[in-house]
Design a protein around this ligand. Structure first.
Ligand SMILES: Cc1cc2nc3c(=O)[nH]c(=O)nc-3n(C[C@H](O)[C@H](O)[C@H](O)COP(=O)(O)OP(=O)(O)OC[C@H]3O[C@@H](n4cnc5c(N)ncnc54)[C@H](O)[C@@H]3O)c2cc1C
Length: 460
C-alpha cells in the first residue's frame, strides 16, 4: 500500500487549506470528505450568508435611493432569485476548491473517514496508510433542550438557508453573531423579525460599548429584541409558532411564521473513532498543544473541532500551522490577533482585547474613539453610524485592541490585525499615510486620538 505523507479528514476551510498548504510544501496528500468540499463555511455558513447579506444591502440601498437623488419605483423582492444567486455563489466557490484539489494533485476520497491508527485511515472499504493525520471535521448546530424542536418551521441555520419563500415573520432564538446576521438579513428583505435572548445582545468578543451601540440600532432598524427570555418551549399556535418563556408576571411569548434556533455550535467528531484511539477530549472538543498536535503522536486537529475560535479564518490559519508541524517545521499557533466580524448593518468588527479586559489585566491603558460622523468618506456614503474605538498600552503605545462599528468594519479590521500582529503602536498607524477620502482614515484618526488628538474631531 502506498503511504501518504498527510491524510486530512474534513474538507472545510481548515481541511482544504491544510491539504493545499501541505501539497505546496511538497507532501503527497489525501483529503477525506463525506459531503461537499468547502464544509460549513462554503456550503452552510460564511459564504451563503454573505451572499444574502449582499441582497439585503442592495434592498436597503434601493429603499433609500431617493436620498441619493435616484428615484426607484416599485421595489419588489424576488426571493427565489435571491436564493438562486446564493446557490450560484456557493457552487462557484465549491467548484473552485475542487479545481484547487486537482491543481495541487490532492487525492480526494468521498466518504466518512475513520482513524484506525495514527497511520491508517479508513474511508468506506478503502484503507489509506499515512505518516500523519489532520482532523478537521468541524462542528454542528446545538439546540436548546426544549419542546417543539420537531415542529415544521423550527429551523437551524442550515435549514434557513434552504427556504423557498420569504417568511412574513421570524423569531430568532439567540442573538450572537449568527443570530444577529440572520435577523438583519431577513429584516432588510421585509420579514418582521424578533430576537429572543436570555442576556443583553453583546456580540462578544466585541467591546461592550461597541456591542451596546449596535444593539441600540436594532429597534431603529425595525427589529424587536426581547431580553431576559429563557425560552422553555416552542408551540404551534394557529398558522404560527410561538416561542414562550416565563417571567415574574407569568408566561410570555412571541409568534412567528418560522423560528430560527441560533444558539451556537459544538465540535463534530462522530464516526472518527477517537475514543478507541485514546484522543484527549475536553467535552466534545479535541485537545491539542500549541503545535496543534493531539496527545496521540502524528495526529493533529484544527478548526471548529477544537471548540475555541469557531471562525473560518482561524481554521485556515490552523490548517497551515498544523501541516507545517506535521511536515517537520516548528510553528506555534498564536491567537493574540484574531479578528472577528459581524456582517450586520452597520458592520461590527474587532481584534484584541476589550476595555473591560484591559481594566481587569491591570495594564495601564488609554482609550481613543473616532466617530464615523467625522469621516468625510462615511458622510459622502451617508453611513455615519458608529465609531472606531482603540485601546493602547499607555506606556509604550502598543495597540491592544480595536473595535469598530461602521461602514466596511469587516475590511477595516485587517489594519488592526496587522498592527497587532506586528506589535505596532498607535504612532505607527497615525504616522502611516491613509488615502483620502477613505473609511480607513477613521482608524488613523482613532490612532491620532492616542497621541495629540484626532484632527477632524474635537469633543466640545
Ligand atoms: C451560519 C454561519 C455563518 C458563518 N459565518 C462565518 C463568517 O462570516 N466568518 C467566519 O469566519 N466564520 C463563519 N462561520 C463559521 C465557519 O463556517 C466555521 O468556523 C468554519 O467552517 C470551520 O471550518 P472547519 O474546517 O473547522 O469545519 P467545517 O467547515 O465544518 O468543515 C468540516 C468538514 O468535515 C466533514 N466531515 C466531518 N466529519 C467527517 C468524517 N468523519 N469524514 C469525512 N468528512 C467529515 C464535513 O462534512 C465538513 O465538510 C459561520 C458559521 C455558520 C453556521
Amino acid at each position: 500500500m502506498d503511504t501518504k505523507d498527510v491524510v486530512v479528514i474534513g474538507g472545510g476551510p481548515g481541511g482544504y487549506v491544510a491539504a493545499i498548504h501541505a501539497a505546496h510544501l511538497g507532501a503527497d496528500v489525501a483529503l477525506v470528505e463525506k459531503d461537499k468540499l468547502g464544509g460549513t463555511c462554503l456550503n452552510r455558513g460564511c459564504i451563503p450568508t454573505k451572499a444574502l447579506v449582499r441582497s439585503a444591502e442592495v434592498m436597503l440601498d434601493a429603499r433609500r435611493s431617493s436620498d441619493f437623488g435616484i428615484d426607484i419605483e416599485n421595489i419588489k423582492i424576488n426571493f427565489r432569485k435571491v436564493m438562486e444567486r446564493k446557490r450560484n455563489v456557493v457552487d462557484k466557490l465549491v467548484s473552485g476548491v475542487e479545481q484547487l484539489m486537482k491543481a495541487n494533485k490532492i487525492s480526494v476520497h468521498r466518504g466518512i473517514g475513520r482513524i484506525l491508527s495514527p497511520h491508517l485511515v479508513k474511508v468506506n472499504d478503502e484503507e489509506i496508510a499515512t505518516k500523519k493525520v489532520v482532523i478537521a471535521t468541524g462542528s454542528e448546530s446545538t439546540l436548546l433542550p426544549i419542546s417543539g424542536l420537531d415542529l415544521p418551521g423550527m429551523l437551524t441555520t442550515d435549514d434557513i438557508l434552504e427556504l423557498e419563500e420569504l417568511p412574513k415573520s421570524l423569531v430568532v432564538i439567540g442573538g450572537s453573531y449568527t443570530g444577529a446576521e440572520f435577523a438583519c438579513i431577513f429584516n432588510a428583505l421585509g420579514t418582521k423579525v424578533t430576537i429572543v435572548k436570555r442576556r443583553p445582545l453583546r456580540l462578544e468578543p466585541v467591546d461592550e460599548e461597541v456591542g451596546r451601540r449596535f444593539a441600540q440600532t436594532l429597534p431603529r432598524q425595525g427589529i424587536d429584541v426581547k431580553i431576559g427570555a429563557a425560552v422553555k418551549a416552542i408551540r404551534k399556535e394557529g398558522e404560527c409558532l410561538k416561542v414562550v418563556w416565563d417571567t415574574a408576571e407569568g408566561e410570555q411569548g412571541v409568534e412567528g411564521q418560522i423560528v430560527l434556533m441560533a444558539t451556537g455550535r459544538k465540535p463534530y467528531t462522530e464516526g472518527l473513532g477517537l475514543v478507541e484511539l485514546g484522543i484527549k477530549m475536553d467535552g466534545p472538543a479535541i485537545v491539542v498543544n500549541e503545535y496543534l498536535e493531539t496527545n496521540i503522536k502524528d495526529v493533529y486537529a484544527i478548526g471548529d473541532v477544537l471548540g475555541k475560535n469557531m471562525l473560518a479564518h482561524v481554521a485556515f490559519y490552523e490548517g497551515e500551522v498544523a501541516v507545517e508541524n506535521a511536515l517537520g517545521r516548528s510553528r506555534q499557533a498564536d491567537y493574540h490577533a484574531v479578528p472577528s466580524c459581524v456582517f450586520v448593518q452597520p458592520e461590527v468588527a474587532c481584534v484584541g482585547i476589550t476595555e473591560a479586559e484591559a481594566k481587569d489585566s491591570g495594564i495601564p491603558y488609554k482609550v481613543s474613539k473616532f466617530p464615523f460622523l467625522a469621516c468625510g468618506r462615511a458622510v459622502a456614503m451617508d453611513e455615519t453610524a458608529g465609531i472606531v474605538k482603540m485601546i493602547c498600552d499607555a506606556e509604550n503605545g502598543r495597540v491592544l485592541g480595536i473595535h469598530i462599528m461602521g461602514p466596511h468594519a469587516s475590511d477595516l479590521i485587517a489594519e488592526g490585525a496587522l498592527a497587532m500582529q506586528m506589535g505596532a503602536t498607535a504612532k505607527d498607524i497615525a504616522h502611516t499615510m491613509h488615502a483620502h477620502p477613505t473609511v480607513p482614515e477613521a482608524v488613523q484618526e482613532a490612532a491620532m486620538g492616542q497621541l495629540e488628538g484626532s484632527i477632524h474631531f474635537q469633543r466640545m
